[in-house]
Design a protein around this ligand. Structure first.
Ligand code: SF4
Length: 427
């Protein structure tokens, strides 16, 4: 009788790989700036609302937070073997609530504690209506070289429906400023599946984005989080939200429009012109170690995943107590699952020849129906499709690189179903 062996017993090689990963020094840092002018109705991120006050840059709240944040960076970096950072990502929240001087303080602190590589990608999320030309020039001077503009939609009515704090006009003003200061590498964020959004409005947003010509686009489907205003007000698939088929059509429309405009669909929700994939976010999808700093930020260091407190008060107390991370090292099982689930989000998929036969057998059984539907593809290292004997993964010779990937767009579209079956099979 075949034993129901724990994955950890059959994955000696994976253990060794995980140990190597634990010894790997992170070279990527996420910095959370948790301030927004108001809370968008779909957002459950850890943020503090500062309103539209022009004096907000100087507000005590922001100053206090930056003190705690830089203290955390210093405390942390003292405990680690360090290498210069190759990517830094300021996310939020709305990092452009910070003045250029405030942002420079954080970058200087990172540089002093870790060093920043001369060719590092230093990204920053910015929102329309929160910055002017002088401020943006200051950000660039501080070291920012990639911008991600939170547009979500170009339609004034939909912007209002979402509770966004900016208008369509402010989106174009923001883009004009980005162009004036000469930033070439910028990304736009869009959301589809919004309440009252029609397919033609979705197409308009895509066409407008293509006409603007960013190097990168992140196109998310609306997710109803229960704690948000949207989560309390709406039911998935019910009016005024698009039904499931219309939401799926929006996903296909996005894929068709953007790939036609030569954007590579490199991750479920992300598109980039050649050479402009987000280097920082690829670290997450490759399940590599990274630092996270700031309220609610996650990190993966020395094999430990850790999420910082999600309120400012708790975060300050944690920093004052020494910013200790006391979570256990993740198990090989968890690491394997995460590597698969995250890696399948990428168009290049996951190299399954690194897995041992018993694990592969489980993956094969769970994926069989989706291989038959064409939602999962098996490719070699040259991205050539590998024909499977009766769709059977287990018969493969795994001595050479073999990649499992979701097909585009259908596999990506049904990724939740596929990944949850994979999860069940491996847990
Ligand atoms: S601007 Fe972004 S982080 Fe802030 S509330 Fe809106 S969605 Fe959330």
């Amino acid at each position: 009788m075949k034993q129901n062996t724990s994955l950890v017993n059959v994955s000696y090689c994976l253990d060794r790989y995980l140990n190597k990963l634990i010894d790997t020094v992170p070279v990527n840092a996420y910095i959370h700036i948790p301030f927004c002018r108001r809370r968008c109705y779909y957002c459950d991120f850890p943020v503090s609302i500062v309103g539209n006050r022009p004096s907000s840059n100087a507000s005590t709240m922001v100053v206090e937070y930056l003190e705690a944040l830089t203290a955390e960076i210093r405390l942390f970096s003292n405990n680690f073997h360090k290498k210069p950072l190759t990517t830094v990502f300021f996310g939020g929240g709305t990092p452009s609530i910070l003045s250029a001087k405030q942002l420079a303080t954080v970058i200087t602190c990172l540089d002093k504690q870790f060093g920043i590589a001369s060719d590092a990608e230093i990204s920053m999320e910015i929102d329309p209506g929160t910055f002017n030309k002088e401020q943006l020039l200051g950000y660039l001077q501080a070291g920012i070289n990639r911008l991600s503009l939170g547009v979500q939609t170009f339609d004034d009515k939909l912007l209002q429906v979402c509770g966004r704090s900016h208008s369509r006009t402010e989106v174009f003003q923001a883009i004009e400023i980005i162009r004036q200061v000469g930033v070439n590498n910028f990304s736009l964020d869009l959301i589809s599946g919004l309440p009252y959004q029609s397919l033609s409005q979705c197409q308009d947003a895509l066409d407008t984005a293509v006409a603007i010509g960013p190097k990168h686009l992140s196109c998310y489907d609306l997710v109803l989080e229960p704690v948000t205003a949207f989560g309390k007000q709406y039911q998935p698939g019910k009016k005024p939200l698009p039904d499931d088929e219309t939401a799926a059509e929006m996903y296909r429309l996005t894929q068709q429009t953007l790939t036609k405009a030569e954007y590579q669909h490199y991750e479920i929700s992300n598109y980039a012109l050649a050479g402009y994939q987000c280097r920082h976010n690829r670290v997450y999808w490759k399940n590599l170690p990274f630092y996270g700093f700031g309220m609610g930020a996650a990190s993966f260091i020395n094999g430990k995943r850790f999420i910082r407190p999600r309120t400012r008060k708790e975060y300050y107390t944690w920093v004052k107590k020494g910013a200790e991370i006391d979570t256990p090292v993740i198990s090989t099982d968890d690491w394997l699952l995460e590597t698969l689930m995250l890696g399948l989000r990428l168009a290049e998929g996951v190299n399954i020849s690194q897995f041992e036969r018993p694990i592969l057998d489980k993956i094969a059984v769970a994926m069989q129906p989706y291989i038959a539907k064409g939602w999962i593809e098996v490719k070699d290292k040259y991205s050539q499709k590998i024909a499977l004997n009766s769709g059977n993964l287990t018969a493969l010779n795994l001595n050479t690189e073999t990649r499992l990937r979701l097909s585009d767009p259908e596999g990506f579209l049904f990724s939740n179903t596929i990944l949850s079956d994979l999860f069940e099979a491996l847990v």
